[in-house]
Write a protein that binds this ligand. Structure first.
Ligand SMILES: *[C@@H]1O[C@H](CO)[C@@H](O)[C@H](O)[C@H]1NC(C)=O
Ligand SMILES: *[C@@H]1O[C@H](CO)[C@@H](O)[C@H](O)[C@H]1NC(C)=O
Ligand SMILES: *[C@@H]1O[C@H](CO)[C@@H](O)[C@H](O)[C@H]1NC(C)=O
Ligand SMILES: *[C@@H]1O[C@H](CO)[C@@H](O)[C@H](O)[C@H]1NC(C)=O
Ligand SMILES: *[C@@H]1O[C@H](CO)[C@@H](O)[C@H](O)[C@H]1NC(C)=O
Length: 505
């Protein structure tokens, strides 16, 4: 009886503590858009200015073997927020690789996002910036798939889709197509088409307000920056700030955005209870030449299953918990959800398969990675697998946008009429190279994937990988492609009577 009493008291104390004991850290996830592995000074860029983001990299943990979950925006973000590959969630398409502005689908509500999972553990949740996980289902303003329907309590300034040259207001690339260019605040369109110049300032102001207002409960904030995705823009303070040109200006502004968030966390005195994670959603968009980013020494970029498409900067910062240093542990964006849930004292849902792993030791620099493989998908097709330090390619795409590099980079033209990667918007995988036997690279001695190994000497490795793939495939319940359903009236529109032009800033 006495024992039972003690047990009940212990249970009671545990329950109370798990609701809010201060042991659940705040989590801030800052996602860069299309930043390449080699874009930051701290990652070796020779002309990019060393900025606040690089200082944070020195005070925190800088990863050399971090991977995005996919090589393009929408599937990568869907996987990052759910811990599940696109083939399971439907975040893929035969005709398109991202959710277009007239798509009538989005990330299914059955999926559990990081925001939903952490809310369950008592977290306050918020986001700003780029969403790109769907918007409308039937008409121009039903907003079926916006962030507030996916677990975010607070949504500040938010762009439902990715940046696009067709939204650029300077006229440099022609007239705007306003239907692609909605700026929302919460559940409403407040400006259409939007003005780029001060968007990052608006995102930062919202983030700081959220942090100040959310100190009472543990919080999760998703800062989905628009930088350094095209089109290149920055507020006046950063124009001309970089030796590297306009792309460098954009990185400098992004660096300021990160600094502002870190400074606010310090000002609120919560830095010892706040994990800040900075990551990119995929590799750089090489076809934009000097307005595209830099994959460092890696081969390929955005859309590509070579390392340049997936290997991204990852920096974690949590003073007193994370020791400053460099981590060579493998970490995937898929691991963020299980890892955050672990930090919040929660458990993964047991009614579905996850591709992400609880990788808390690697993320905090406390131990080895729980992950020894990475899957490289393009849509629903498995192109390559990393297993240990080897990477095996069954299919490859052009690693460089050859059609582009064969021509002059300047002057830049819009709209682009060529698909720079042959399989972009092209379901037939005709332009893809099949490898049988597969191409094998050892990534530590050959990170650039330049020197294939003799496959006859790696039979055991290939067998192991075949087993790994078989086990993986057995767990897959394929979701239908959700990016192909386009309707011409699901473009977001603030007001059809004004031809979708509005401005209520
Ligand atoms: C831009 O809009 C103006 C005014 O509607 C029109 O005259 C012009 O042809 C357009 N330019 C392009 C490149 O579409
Ligand atoms: C951006 O902010 C500056 C300074 O407040 C202002 O002068 C400028 O007009 C703003 N730009 C836009 C497009 O609103
Ligand atoms: C798909 O790519 C192949 C090879 O580049 C090309 O011949 C074909 O025309 C493309 N199909 C479409 C629909 O773009
Ligand atoms: C798309 O719009 C056109 C006219 O703008 C209309 O004729 C057509 O029926 C629409 N299609 C769908 C699928 O709504
Ligand atoms: C949807 O948008 C794409 C890209 O802007 C366009 O090519 C297509 O015609 C649109 N489809 C419909 C049905 O509106």
């Amino acid at each position: 009886m006495k024992l039972l009493g003690i047990w009940i008291v212990t249970l009671f104390v545990k329950l109370c503590f798990s609701v809010n004991s201060g042991s659940q850290p705040n989590i801030i996830l800052i996602l860069a858009d299309d930043m390449g592995y080699g874009d930051l000074a701290s990652y070796g860029h020779p002309t990019q200015e060393f900025g606040p983001i690089d200082e944070i990299a020195q005070l925190g943990l800088r990863f050399t073997q971090a991977y995005s979950a996919d090589s393009v925006c929408s599937p990568s973000r869907a996987s990052l927020l759910t811990g599940r590959l696109p083939i399971r969630t439907g975040a893929w398409g035969n005709d398109f690789r991202v959710w277009l502005t007239n798509c009538s689908r989005g990330l299914p509500h059955w999926e559990i996002t990081i925001a939903e999972a952490l809310k369950e553990k008592g977290y306050t949740t918020g986001m700003v910036g780029k969403w790109h996980l769907g918007i409308n289902r039937y008409t121009y303003n039903d907003f079926t798939y916006i962030p507030s329907t996916q677990g975010f309590d607070f949504v500040g300034h938010m762009i439902p889709f990715g940046g696009s040259y067709s939204c650029e207001e300077t006229g440099r690339y022609g007239n705007q197509t306003q239907t692609s260019c909605a700026l929302m605040y919460g559940d409403e369109i407040i400006q259409q088409p939007y003005y780029h110049e001060n968007l990052s300032i608006a995102f930062v102001e919202d983030a700081l307000t959220f942090i100040r207002n959310s100190k009472e409960r543990p919080f999760f904030f998703y800062y989905a920056a628009m930088h350094p995705h095209i089109p290149m823009f920055s507020s006046r303070r950063f124009k001309g700030s970089s030796n590297r040109g306009v792309y460098g200006d954009v990185i400098n502004e992004l660096s300021w955005e990160v600094q502002s968030i870190v400074d606010e966390v310090r000002a609120q005195g919560i830095e010892h209870n706040t994990l800040i994670v900075f990551m990119s959603d995929n590799g750089p968009q090489l076809e934009y030449c000097i307005e595209g980013g830099d994959p460092g020494i890696f081969r390929g970029g955005k859309t590509n299953s070579f390392e340049g498409g997936y290997r991204v900067p990852l920096i974690t910062y949590w003073p007193g918990v994370i020791e400053p240093g460099v981590s060579h542990e493998i970490f995937s964006a898929l691991d963020l959800l299980p890892t955050f849930i672990d930090l919040a004292g929660g458990r993964l849902a047991d009614d579905r398969e996850y591709d992400g792993m609880n990788n808390v030791n690697a993320l905090l620099g406390k131990g080895p990675s729980s992950r020894d493989f990475v899957m490289f998908y393009n849509r629903d097709v498995l192109f390559a697998v990393r297993f240990g330090d080897y990477k095996v390619h069954f299919l490859t795409q052009d690693d460089r946008p050859v059609q582009y590099f064969g021509r002059l980079c300047q002057p830049f033209v819009y709209p682009m009429t060529t698909s720079y990667y042959c399989d972009e918007n092209n379901v037939s995988l005709e332009c893809v190279d099949y490898h049988d036997p597969p191409l094998i690279f050892e990534l530590l001695s050959d990170p650039t994937e330049s020197f294939p190994l003799d496959s006859t000497l790696y039979k055991e490795l290939l067998d192991d990988i075949e087993t790994l793939i078989e086990q993986h495939e057995e767990t897959i319940i394929r979701a239908p492609p959700l990016m192909d359903d386009v309707l011409n009236n699901t473009y977001p529109c603030c007001n059809p009577l004004t031809n979708c032009i509005c401005n209520w800033p």
